[in-house]
Design a protein around this ligand. Sequence first.
Ligand code: NAD
Length: 364
Amino acid sequence: MLTFEHITLGQRVLFGTGQAATNLAAEVERLDARRVMVIAAPFEAEIAKKVTEKIEIALNHDEVVMHVPLEVAERARAAALTHEADLLVCVGGGSTTGLAKAIAMTSGLPIIAVPTTYAGSEATNVWGLTEASRKSTGVDDRVLPVTVIYDAELTLSLPVEMSVASGLNGMAHCIDSLWGPRVDPINSALAAEGIRALAAGLPAIVAEPQGLAGREQALYGAYLSAVAFASAGSGMHHKICHVLGGTFNLPHAETHATVLPYVLAFNAAAAPEAEVRIAAAFGSRTALEGLQELRERLDAPKALADYGFTADGIAEAAAVLLPLIPASNPRQVTEENLTRLLQAALRGEDPAVASEMVLEGESR
Ligand code: NAD
């Protein structure tokens, strides 16, 4: 019996290499915007300048901080109000998109998102804010950008290492969707195609960082991954990474890239449908083998210790996390197995070995 409920979010997507400035000008006109607030971090200023060369700008805002601290959001909201912005254009990675979302959340202003990483925030209605070292996320359709403008040229400047981490963040959206709380046949199909596209695109970027073919595949995969994730909802992997990012200030993409094989190894045996689907998308014998072979080729991030996490944080992380793990998770999560998973990810242990150790004597 095939019975499910699925919501498709309404958003215009314009995908075209070298076309961002033209597409943006057309969208600003279509939306009849007069006072555009452009949001881009200092690192993204050059890209934003090129992308916005055909539009009039009322305000450039560049105070962007990862995980969107509340005070940073408040200042941006005040700036939008003072300058009477009627449209937000964000050009940058997930942090920049996140700031635009924080403004839209309280003002209802429309967003045109022009992503420059593979984080995927532009295709979700999920916002994130950090207050007193706790990151909270929520869903609000007002934060979904009305239009996304994808242009692979804008990602050429993203260094290979960051491209890999960011692309694996997209991969995490796909894989975690397959056991997300609202997983359904449509978001599973999008996730599987996202895995395929990212698995094709990321090695091509490593082989030829200035080549556009790999960048296009990765961007396409990143979009699919985000649509799947927005539809299926946050699974165990995202809960872990949000707590690590918000509470311990670990870098977002690298944390996702590091934790993903541990969650996959942990869940795969208890999620046979996801296992088959992921393995098929990778064209590999098992899901974990597919991911690990890809990670090997990409020289992907391996240990949370490399990003500032320490053993001292594990007990706190596990305590904050346990109540957040969705009931849909295929395998029962306990303080003991979660602690073991975090220890393994901290040290960069072999995920297959670590997950088997946790499985011993455990009830599923
Ligand atoms: P980021 O936006 O923080 O960017 C990382 C760094 O790369 C920054 O210094 C940025 O200026 C720079 N950069 C971006 N694009 C570049 C380019 N093309 N060339 C050179 N440098 C470039 O990192 P991210 O991983 O894209 O985003 C992470 C944030 O996004 C986190 O806060 C995360 O929670 C959020 N996020 C939210 C969602 C959602 O659905 N709400 C989804 C994914 C990520």
